[in-house]
Design a protein around this ligand. Structure first.
Ligand code: NAD
Length: 359
Protein backbone atom coordinates (compact mmCIF):
# COMPACT_ATOMS: atom_id res chain seq x y z
CA UNK A 1 0.00 0.00 0.00
CA UNK A 2 0.92 3.44 -0.95
CA UNK A 3 1.75 6.88 0.22
CA UNK A 4 0.62 7.64 3.81
CA UNK A 5 -1.63 4.59 3.77
CA UNK A 6 -3.64 6.04 0.89
CA UNK A 7 -4.55 3.90 -2.10
CA UNK A 8 -3.10 5.10 -5.41
CA UNK A 9 -5.42 4.93 -8.42
CA UNK A 10 -4.92 5.16 -12.15
CA UNK A 11 -7.86 5.72 -14.50
CA UNK A 12 -7.88 4.31 -18.04
CA UNK A 13 -10.42 6.16 -20.21
CA UNK A 14 -11.34 9.78 -19.48
CA UNK A 15 -14.72 9.83 -21.25
CA UNK A 16 -18.15 10.22 -19.63
CA UNK A 17 -17.93 7.50 -17.01
CA UNK A 18 -14.19 7.85 -16.42
CA UNK A 19 -14.87 11.43 -15.31
CA UNK A 20 -17.62 10.28 -12.94
CA UNK A 21 -15.13 7.87 -11.31
CA UNK A 22 -12.60 10.70 -11.04
CA UNK A 23 -15.21 12.91 -9.35
CA UNK A 24 -15.85 10.20 -6.76
CA UNK A 25 -12.15 9.66 -6.14
CA UNK A 26 -11.55 13.39 -5.81
CA UNK A 27 -14.15 13.55 -3.01
CA UNK A 28 -12.09 11.34 -0.68
CA UNK A 29 -8.58 12.84 -0.74
CA UNK A 30 -7.85 11.44 2.75
CA UNK A 31 -8.19 7.92 1.43
CA UNK A 32 -6.93 7.94 -2.15
CA UNK A 33 -4.44 9.53 -4.47
CA UNK A 34 -5.25 9.85 -8.15
CA UNK A 35 -1.80 9.14 -9.59
CA UNK A 36 -2.38 9.07 -13.34
CA UNK A 37 -4.88 9.04 -16.18
CA UNK A 38 -4.62 7.82 -19.74
CA UNK A 39 -6.80 7.84 -22.85
CA UNK A 40 -6.12 6.94 -26.48
CA UNK A 41 -7.38 10.44 -27.24
CA UNK A 42 -4.64 12.33 -25.40
CA UNK A 43 -6.27 15.81 -25.42
CA UNK A 44 -9.14 14.33 -23.39
CA UNK A 45 -6.69 12.87 -20.84
CA UNK A 46 -4.83 16.21 -20.62
CA UNK A 47 -8.04 18.19 -20.12
CA UNK A 48 -9.40 15.83 -17.49
CA UNK A 49 -6.04 15.65 -15.69
CA UNK A 50 -6.07 19.45 -15.43
CA UNK A 51 -9.66 19.43 -14.19
CA UNK A 52 -8.94 16.93 -11.40
CA UNK A 53 -5.34 17.97 -10.61
CA UNK A 54 -3.94 14.61 -11.68
CA UNK A 55 -0.14 14.90 -11.77
CA UNK A 56 0.55 12.47 -14.61
CA UNK A 57 -0.89 11.71 -18.04
CA UNK A 58 0.44 8.42 -19.40
CA UNK A 59 0.75 7.96 -23.16
CA UNK A 60 -0.55 4.39 -22.93
CA UNK A 61 -2.19 2.20 -20.33
CA UNK A 62 0.87 -0.08 -20.34
CA UNK A 63 2.98 2.91 -19.25
CA UNK A 64 0.51 3.41 -16.39
CA UNK A 65 0.72 -0.24 -15.37
CA UNK A 66 4.51 0.06 -15.02
CA UNK A 67 4.03 2.56 -12.18
CA UNK A 68 4.77 0.49 -9.07
CA UNK A 69 3.02 3.03 -6.80
CA UNK A 70 -0.37 2.45 -8.41
CA UNK A 71 -2.45 -0.08 -6.44
CA UNK A 72 -5.70 -0.01 -8.39
CA UNK A 73 -6.85 0.83 -11.88
CA UNK A 74 -10.31 1.90 -12.99
CA UNK A 75 -11.01 0.78 -16.56
CA UNK A 76 -13.62 2.97 -18.27
CA UNK A 77 -13.20 2.34 -22.00
CA UNK A 78 -15.47 0.77 -24.65
CA UNK A 79 -16.37 -2.86 -23.99
CA UNK A 80 -14.07 -4.38 -26.61
CA UNK A 81 -10.99 -3.18 -24.69
CA UNK A 82 -12.11 -4.28 -21.20
CA UNK A 83 -10.56 -7.76 -21.20
CA UNK A 84 -7.12 -6.99 -22.71
CA UNK A 85 -6.58 -4.03 -20.36
CA UNK A 86 -8.00 -5.88 -17.35
CA UNK A 87 -5.79 -8.92 -17.91
CA UNK A 88 -2.66 -6.80 -18.38
CA UNK A 89 -3.55 -4.88 -15.19
CA UNK A 90 -4.00 -8.10 -13.20
CA UNK A 91 -0.67 -9.39 -14.55
CA UNK A 92 0.95 -6.12 -13.42
CA UNK A 93 -0.38 -6.75 -9.90
CA UNK A 94 -3.13 -4.12 -9.93
CA UNK A 95 -6.60 -4.40 -8.41
CA UNK A 96 -9.22 -3.42 -10.93
CA UNK A 97 -12.59 -1.76 -11.08
CA UNK A 98 -13.77 -2.68 -14.54
CA UNK A 99 -16.80 -0.99 -16.08
CA UNK A 100 -19.88 -2.95 -17.08
CA UNK A 101 -20.38 -5.23 -18.93
CA UNK A 102 -17.30 -6.92 -17.48
CA UNK A 103 -16.39 -8.16 -20.95
CA UNK A 104 -17.33 -7.87 -24.60
CA UNK A 105 -18.40 -11.52 -24.70
CA UNK A 106 -18.27 -14.79 -22.74
CA UNK A 107 -14.92 -15.84 -24.15
CA UNK A 108 -13.19 -12.69 -22.90
CA UNK A 109 -15.13 -12.83 -19.60
CA UNK A 110 -13.72 -16.32 -19.01
CA UNK A 111 -10.22 -15.01 -19.82
CA UNK A 112 -10.66 -12.41 -17.06
CA UNK A 113 -11.87 -15.03 -14.56
CA UNK A 114 -8.84 -17.22 -15.33
CA UNK A 115 -6.46 -14.25 -15.01
CA UNK A 116 -7.99 -13.30 -11.65
CA UNK A 117 -7.49 -16.91 -10.46
CA UNK A 118 -3.85 -16.73 -11.45
CA UNK A 119 -2.93 -13.24 -10.21
CA UNK A 120 -5.38 -13.10 -7.27
CA UNK A 121 -6.14 -9.39 -7.31
CA UNK A 122 -9.54 -7.82 -6.60
CA UNK A 123 -11.85 -7.51 -9.60
CA UNK A 124 -15.01 -5.48 -9.23
CA UNK A 125 -17.63 -4.56 -11.83
CA UNK A 126 -19.21 -1.29 -10.67
CA UNK A 127 -22.95 -1.94 -10.88
CA UNK A 128 -23.86 1.15 -8.90
CA UNK A 129 -27.57 0.22 -8.72
CA UNK A 130 -26.70 -2.43 -6.12
CA UNK A 131 -25.66 0.38 -3.78
CA UNK A 132 -28.63 2.71 -4.05
CA UNK A 133 -30.66 3.04 -0.83
CA UNK A 134 -33.72 1.23 -2.22
CA UNK A 135 -31.77 -1.79 -3.44
CA UNK A 136 -30.08 -1.95 -0.05
CA UNK A 137 -33.43 -1.84 1.82
CA UNK A 138 -34.83 -4.62 -0.36
CA UNK A 139 -31.66 -6.71 -0.06
CA UNK A 140 -31.84 -6.50 3.75
CA UNK A 141 -35.42 -7.75 3.70
CA UNK A 142 -34.62 -10.55 1.26
CA UNK A 143 -31.70 -11.65 3.44
CA UNK A 144 -33.89 -11.53 6.55
CA UNK A 145 -36.24 -13.97 4.80
CA UNK A 146 -39.18 -11.51 4.67
CA UNK A 147 -40.01 -12.48 1.06
CA UNK A 148 -39.56 -16.22 1.62
CA UNK A 149 -38.35 -18.12 -1.43
CA UNK A 150 -38.25 -15.87 -4.50
CA UNK A 151 -39.60 -17.85 -7.43
CA UNK A 152 -40.19 -15.13 -9.99
CA UNK A 153 -38.72 -11.73 -10.79
CA UNK A 154 -39.47 -9.25 -13.50
CA UNK A 155 -37.27 -6.36 -14.48
CA UNK A 156 -36.83 -3.82 -17.22
CA UNK A 157 -35.76 -0.46 -18.44
CA UNK A 158 -37.78 0.66 -21.42
CA UNK A 159 -36.45 3.92 -22.75
CA UNK A 160 -38.37 5.68 -25.45
CA UNK A 161 -35.43 7.82 -26.51
CA UNK A 162 -32.15 6.55 -25.10
CA UNK A 163 -29.80 5.69 -27.94
CA UNK A 164 -26.40 7.03 -26.86
CA UNK A 165 -25.61 8.87 -30.08
CA UNK A 166 -24.77 7.46 -33.43
CA UNK A 167 -21.04 7.64 -33.85
CA UNK A 168 -19.82 6.40 -30.47
CA UNK A 169 -18.60 2.90 -29.59
CA UNK A 170 -22.04 2.18 -28.04
CA UNK A 171 -23.76 1.81 -31.42
CA UNK A 172 -20.92 -0.01 -33.16
CA UNK A 173 -21.17 -3.75 -32.55
CA UNK A 174 -17.52 -4.37 -33.22
CA UNK A 175 -16.61 -2.23 -30.19
CA UNK A 176 -19.64 -2.62 -27.90
CA UNK A 177 -20.71 -6.22 -28.52
CA UNK A 178 -24.34 -5.09 -28.60
CA UNK A 179 -26.79 -2.28 -27.89
CA UNK A 180 -29.57 -1.74 -25.34
CA UNK A 181 -29.19 -5.25 -23.94
CA UNK A 182 -25.48 -5.11 -23.19
CA UNK A 183 -25.63 -1.45 -22.11
CA UNK A 184 -28.63 -1.14 -19.78
CA UNK A 185 -29.93 -4.74 -19.79
CA UNK A 186 -26.78 -5.81 -17.97
CA UNK A 187 -27.59 -3.46 -15.06
CA UNK A 188 -31.07 -4.93 -14.65
CA UNK A 189 -29.92 -8.57 -15.00
CA UNK A 190 -27.24 -7.91 -12.42
CA UNK A 191 -29.56 -6.18 -9.95
CA UNK A 192 -32.32 -8.77 -10.29
CA UNK A 193 -30.01 -11.75 -9.72
CA UNK A 194 -28.36 -9.99 -6.77
CA UNK A 195 -31.71 -9.22 -5.09
CA UNK A 196 -33.03 -12.71 -5.86
CA UNK A 197 -30.11 -14.06 -3.79
CA UNK A 198 -27.74 -14.97 -6.64
CA UNK A 199 -29.48 -18.07 -8.01
CA UNK A 200 -27.45 -19.82 -10.71
CA UNK A 201 -28.86 -19.17 -14.21
CA UNK A 202 -28.91 -22.24 -16.44
CA UNK A 203 -30.77 -21.33 -19.62
CA UNK A 204 -32.15 -18.43 -21.61
CA UNK A 205 -34.83 -17.84 -24.23
CA UNK A 206 -34.85 -14.38 -25.73
CA UNK A 207 -35.06 -12.08 -28.66
CA UNK A 208 -33.41 -8.82 -29.67
CA UNK A 209 -34.55 -6.23 -32.21
CA UNK A 210 -32.98 -3.38 -34.17
CA UNK A 211 -36.03 -1.62 -35.54
CA UNK A 212 -35.68 2.12 -34.84
CA UNK A 213 -32.01 2.93 -34.37
CA UNK A 214 -30.99 2.57 -37.99
CA UNK A 215 -33.82 4.95 -38.91
CA UNK A 216 -32.33 7.56 -36.55
CA UNK A 217 -35.28 7.34 -34.15
CA UNK A 218 -34.72 7.43 -30.39
CA UNK A 219 -31.59 9.51 -29.90
CA UNK A 220 -30.87 10.07 -26.21
CA UNK A 221 -28.47 12.33 -24.35
CA UNK A 222 -25.54 9.97 -23.61
CA UNK A 223 -22.64 9.51 -26.03
CA UNK A 224 -21.44 11.32 -29.12
CA UNK A 225 -24.13 12.99 -31.22
CA UNK A 226 -23.30 12.26 -34.82
CA UNK A 227 -26.35 11.74 -37.03
CA UNK A 228 -24.22 10.32 -39.83
CA UNK A 229 -22.65 7.75 -37.48
CA UNK A 230 -22.93 3.98 -37.34
CA UNK A 231 -25.74 1.84 -35.85
CA UNK A 232 -25.64 -1.96 -36.07
CA UNK A 233 -26.81 -3.05 -32.60
CA UNK A 234 -30.08 -3.96 -30.86
CA UNK A 235 -32.47 -1.26 -29.64
CA UNK A 236 -34.88 -3.60 -27.77
CA UNK A 237 -34.45 -6.98 -26.07
CA UNK A 238 -36.67 -9.36 -24.14
CA UNK A 239 -35.79 -12.63 -22.42
CA UNK A 240 -36.76 -15.30 -19.93
CA UNK A 241 -33.90 -16.56 -17.78
CA UNK A 242 -34.28 -19.89 -15.95
CA UNK A 243 -32.37 -20.64 -12.73
CA UNK A 244 -31.08 -23.95 -11.40
CA UNK A 245 -33.48 -23.69 -8.42
CA UNK A 246 -36.49 -23.37 -10.77
CA UNK A 247 -37.00 -19.64 -10.36
CA UNK A 248 -37.36 -17.39 -13.41
CA UNK A 249 -36.42 -13.84 -14.37
CA UNK A 250 -38.22 -11.92 -17.09
CA UNK A 251 -36.40 -9.02 -18.76
CA UNK A 252 -37.41 -6.18 -21.08
CA UNK A 253 -35.08 -3.37 -22.12
CA UNK A 254 -34.96 -0.79 -24.83
CA UNK A 255 -33.01 2.23 -25.95
CA UNK A 256 -35.78 3.26 -28.31
CA UNK A 257 -39.42 2.31 -28.83
CA UNK A 258 -42.77 3.83 -29.71
CA UNK A 259 -44.18 3.96 -26.20
CA UNK A 260 -43.56 5.52 -22.83
CA UNK A 261 -43.64 3.17 -19.88
CA UNK A 262 -42.88 4.62 -16.46
CA UNK A 263 -41.07 7.65 -17.85
CA UNK A 264 -38.23 5.39 -18.99
CA UNK A 265 -37.20 4.50 -15.44
CA UNK A 266 -35.72 1.12 -14.52
CA UNK A 267 -38.01 -1.18 -12.56
CA UNK A 268 -37.82 -4.48 -10.71
CA UNK A 269 -40.42 -6.74 -9.08
CA UNK A 270 -39.64 -9.71 -6.83
CA UNK A 271 -42.28 -12.32 -6.05
CA UNK A 272 -41.64 -14.61 -3.07
CA UNK A 273 -43.59 -17.20 -1.09
CA UNK A 274 -43.95 -14.83 1.90
CA UNK A 275 -43.94 -11.42 0.25
CA UNK A 276 -43.05 -9.29 -2.73
CA UNK A 277 -41.02 -6.17 -3.38
CA UNK A 278 -41.10 -3.55 -6.07
CA UNK A 279 -38.78 -0.78 -7.10
CA UNK A 280 -39.54 1.80 -9.73
CA UNK A 281 -36.69 4.29 -9.89
CA UNK A 282 -36.69 5.72 -6.34
CA UNK A 283 -40.04 4.38 -5.11
CA UNK A 284 -40.34 1.04 -3.41
CA UNK A 285 -43.05 -1.13 -1.88
CA UNK A 286 -43.28 -4.38 0.03
CA UNK A 287 -46.31 -6.62 -0.36
CA UNK A 288 -47.53 -9.42 1.87
CA UNK A 289 -50.72 -10.98 3.27
CA UNK A 290 -51.80 -10.95 6.93
CA UNK A 291 -55.08 -11.59 8.78
CA UNK A 292 -56.69 -12.44 5.42
CA UNK A 293 -55.81 -9.01 4.10
CA UNK A 294 -53.39 -7.73 1.48
CA UNK A 295 -50.75 -5.54 3.08
CA UNK A 296 -48.77 -2.96 1.09
CA UNK A 297 -46.00 -0.97 2.74
CA UNK A 298 -44.14 1.97 1.20
CA UNK A 299 -40.39 1.63 1.63
CA UNK A 300 -39.22 4.77 3.42
CA UNK A 301 -35.93 6.35 2.49
CA UNK A 302 -33.69 6.26 5.60
CA UNK A 303 -32.12 9.53 6.77
CA UNK A 304 -28.56 10.27 5.67
CA UNK A 305 -28.41 7.72 2.87
CA UNK A 306 -25.01 7.54 1.22
CA UNK A 307 -24.77 8.23 -2.52
CA UNK A 308 -24.69 4.91 -4.43
CA UNK A 309 -21.43 5.63 -6.24
CA UNK A 310 -19.73 6.80 -3.04
CA UNK A 311 -20.85 3.64 -1.24
CA UNK A 312 -19.69 1.51 -4.15
CA UNK A 313 -16.22 3.08 -4.17
CA UNK A 314 -15.97 2.61 -0.40
CA UNK A 315 -16.81 -1.07 -0.90
CA UNK A 316 -14.03 -1.42 -3.49
CA UNK A 317 -11.51 0.30 -1.19
CA UNK A 318 -12.54 -1.97 1.71
CA UNK A 319 -12.12 -5.05 -0.50
CA UNK A 320 -8.62 -3.95 -1.52
CA UNK A 321 -7.56 -3.03 2.02
CA UNK A 322 -8.98 -6.20 3.59
CA UNK A 323 -8.22 -8.55 0.69
CA UNK A 324 -11.86 -9.66 0.49
CA UNK A 325 -13.94 -10.52 -2.59
CA UNK A 326 -16.28 -7.85 -3.90
CA UNK A 327 -20.01 -8.60 -3.91
CA UNK A 328 -19.79 -7.66 -7.60
CA UNK A 329 -16.74 -9.68 -8.54
CA UNK A 330 -15.51 -11.44 -11.70
CA UNK A 331 -17.98 -14.32 -11.25
CA UNK A 332 -20.96 -11.97 -11.27
CA UNK A 333 -19.40 -10.35 -14.33
CA UNK A 334 -19.16 -13.76 -16.00
CA UNK A 335 -22.75 -14.61 -15.01
CA UNK A 336 -24.00 -11.46 -16.70
CA UNK A 337 -21.90 -12.08 -19.81
CA UNK A 338 -23.19 -15.67 -20.06
CA UNK A 339 -26.77 -14.39 -20.02
CA UNK A 340 -26.10 -11.58 -22.51
CA UNK A 341 -24.41 -13.88 -25.03
CA UNK A 342 -27.16 -16.47 -24.60
CA UNK A 343 -29.90 -13.89 -25.31
CA UNK A 344 -28.14 -12.83 -28.52
CA UNK A 345 -27.65 -16.49 -29.49
CA UNK A 346 -31.26 -17.41 -28.68
CA UNK A 347 -32.46 -14.51 -30.78
CA UNK A 348 -30.52 -15.89 -33.75
CA UNK A 349 -31.36 -19.57 -33.30
CA UNK A 350 -34.90 -18.96 -31.98
CA UNK A 351 -34.21 -21.65 -29.37
CA UNK A 352 -33.50 -21.90 -25.66
CA UNK A 353 -29.76 -21.66 -24.97
CA UNK A 354 -28.06 -23.62 -22.15
CA UNK A 355 -25.34 -21.62 -20.39
CA UNK A 356 -21.84 -23.06 -20.58
CA UNK A 357 -20.22 -22.52 -17.19
CA UNK A 358 -17.03 -24.46 -18.04
CA UNK A 359 -13.96 -22.27 -17.82
N1 NAD B 1 -21.82 2.11 -14.80
C1 NAD B 1 -22.53 2.85 -15.63
O1 NAD B 1 -23.64 3.27 -15.33
C2 NAD B 1 -21.96 3.21 -16.96
C3 NAD B 1 -22.47 4.32 -17.65
C4 NAD B 1 -21.91 4.62 -18.90
C5 NAD B 1 -20.91 3.84 -19.44
N2 NAD B 1 -20.47 2.74 -18.75
C6 NAD B 1 -19.43 1.89 -19.34
O2 NAD B 1 -18.19 2.60 -19.32
C7 NAD B 1 -17.43 2.31 -20.50
C8 NAD B 1 -17.08 3.62 -21.19
O3 NAD B 1 -18.27 4.33 -21.48
P1 NAD B 1 -18.29 5.94 -21.62
O4 NAD B 1 -19.71 6.34 -21.63
O5 NAD B 1 -17.37 6.56 -20.65
O6 NAD B 1 -17.69 6.08 -23.10
P2 NAD B 1 -16.94 7.34 -23.71
O7 NAD B 1 -16.93 7.13 -25.16
O8 NAD B 1 -17.54 8.60 -23.17
O9 NAD B 1 -15.46 7.23 -23.12
C9 NAD B 1 -14.59 6.18 -23.44
C10 NAD B 1 -13.18 6.73 -23.46
O10 NAD B 1 -12.27 5.65 -23.62
C11 NAD B 1 -11.24 6.08 -24.52
N3 NAD B 1 -10.62 4.87 -25.06
C12 NAD B 1 -11.09 4.06 -26.05
N4 NAD B 1 -10.27 3.00 -26.19
C13 NAD B 1 -9.27 3.15 -25.30
C14 NAD B 1 -8.12 2.38 -24.98
N5 NAD B 1 -7.86 1.24 -25.62
N6 NAD B 1 -7.28 2.83 -24.02
C15 NAD B 1 -7.54 4.00 -23.37
N7 NAD B 1 -8.62 4.78 -23.64
C16 NAD B 1 -9.48 4.34 -24.58
C17 NAD B 1 -11.94 6.97 -25.52
O11 NAD B 1 -11.05 7.83 -26.18
C18 NAD B 1 -12.93 7.71 -24.61
O12 NAD B 1 -12.37 8.91 -24.09
C19 NAD B 1 -18.29 1.35 -21.33
O13 NAD B 1 -17.88 0.03 -21.08
C20 NAD B 1 -19.70 1.56 -20.81
O14 NAD B 1 -20.50 0.42 -20.92
C21 NAD B 1 -20.94 2.44 -17.53
Amino acid sequence: MSKNGKLCFGVVGTGSIGKIHLQQLSMIPDEVIISAVTDVFEPSAQKVAAEFNVPRVCKTYTEMLEDKDIDAVIIAVPNKYHAPIAIDALKAGKHIMLEKPMAFDVRSAKDIVRAQKEYKKIVMVPHQMRWNWLSREIKQNVEAGELGRIYYAKTGWLRRKGIPGWGSAFTRKEESGGGALIDIGVHMIDLALYLMGNPKPVSVFGSTYAELGQNKIGLGTWGTRDMSGWFDVDDLATALIRMEDGSMLSLEVSWAMHGDIGESNPWLYLFGTEGGAQMTENEGKFYTEGFDRSITVDIEKPDNTEDSRAAMLRHFIDCVREGKESISNQMTGLTNNLILDAIYQSSQTKREVILDWNL
